[in-house]
Design a protein around this ligand. Structure first.
Ligand code: HSE
Length: 308
């Protein structure tokens, strides 16, 4: 591919937080929330990387080409024909890190969207489907990145085309009555650690109940929120991860005992609840996590990554 022509103007993108799995839809369901990280990038004439990060994770994330946002942007440039000499990048992070709210998916999708927007004819060369696949290669699974890219509720999957893994995603309409409440603990949990806790196989009866709930979830999210409580019950992964997030598991169990459609957000340790309560009920629910969890009401974001 010919070396790309870069645009001179700064490009700004916002990418939503996301919750994966939504109970039974392991590595498949995703939901985007109106809580966004913002990233700005501009091509420089002088060589090098000029990076600054503020907000969530600012004390921890690298200011080098090891930074996930930068890695994704460079991967995007490589796909489009080559990197520019220099680039300046600013990240204003709002999504908490390591809590199961899709901060890494946001950085990956943000970096790729920035690269695409900084290259003249970038959108012709990198479709959303290609971007989803580049993002999935980096993240390992498509659930969070699909919701971060497309917004709303998504079902993502991978299949094999000519021996190559290809990611796909569809958007499903969300009943406008559905609201989300996140219970965010102070501690974090690395996704790869949580993935190592999963079993090689599960009981047939659990597989049966899980596949029923996954199917039911499509209907519950779309037009029957009264079924969310049943549909969000998982038989595939959450219980195996309990040890790594005892307080979150206890909160989820307590909420479910009270009839709340609660589940572990992604690989945890945030607990997510979907509900249709009014403002007062929402405020009451937000206090259910006590001192160990920050109860945060989140609107569902219909749009995914957007240029500003
Ligand atoms: N589906 C993934 C998991 C989400 O539960 O491991 C991680 O973000």
């Amino acid at each position: 591919m010919a070396k790309p022509t870069f645009k001179a103007n700064p490009i700004q993108v916002q990418v939503p937080a996301t919750s994966a799995n939504l109970g039974p839809g392991f590595d498949s369901f995703g939901l985007a929330f109106a809580m966004h990280d913002r990233y700005v990038a501009q091509i420089l004439d002088e060589p090098g990387l000029d990076i600054d990060v503020t907000g969530e994770g600012a004390d921890d994330v690298p200011r080098t080409d090891k930074n996930l946002l930068v890695k994704a942007m460079y991967k995007g440039f490589d796909y489009l024909g080559g990197k520019p000499k220099g680039v300046a990048i600013r990240a204003l992070n709002v999504i908490p890190h390591g809590r199961g709210l899709g901060s890494s998916a946001s950085a990956i999708v943000g970096g790729l969207v920035l690269a695409r927007a900084l290259v003249l004819t970038g959108t012709d060369k990198m479709s959303d489907e290609i971007l989803l696949n580049l993002a999935t290669e980096m993240e390992g699974h498509p659930d969070n990145v699909a919701a971060a890219l497309f917004g709303g509720a998504t079902v993502a999957w991978k299949d094999s085309v000519g021996g190559k893994s290809v990611a796909h995603s569809i958007q499903i309409p969300v009943d406008p009555r559905i609201k989300a409440m996140a219970f965010i603990p102070a501690g974090s949990l690395a996704t790869n650690k949580a993935r190592k806790m999963l079993p090689e196989s599960i009981q047939f009866a659990d597989a049966q109940r899980n596949s029923t709930n996954t199917a039911l979830m499509m209907h519950a999210l779309t037009i029957r929120p009264d079924l969310l409580f049943t549909a969000t019950e998982d038989f595939l992964h959450q219980s195996y991860r309990q040890e790594a997030m005892a307080a979150s598991f206890a909160l989820m169990t307590k909420l479910r005992a009270a009839g709340v459609a609660a589940f572990i957000s992604g690989a945890g340790p945030t607990v997510m609840a979907l509900h249709t309560g009014d403002q007062e009920e929402s405020e009451q629910l937000s206090r259910a996590g006590g001192a160990k969890f920050e109860g945060k009401s989140l609107e569902i974001a219909a749009r995914g990554a957007s240029l500003l």
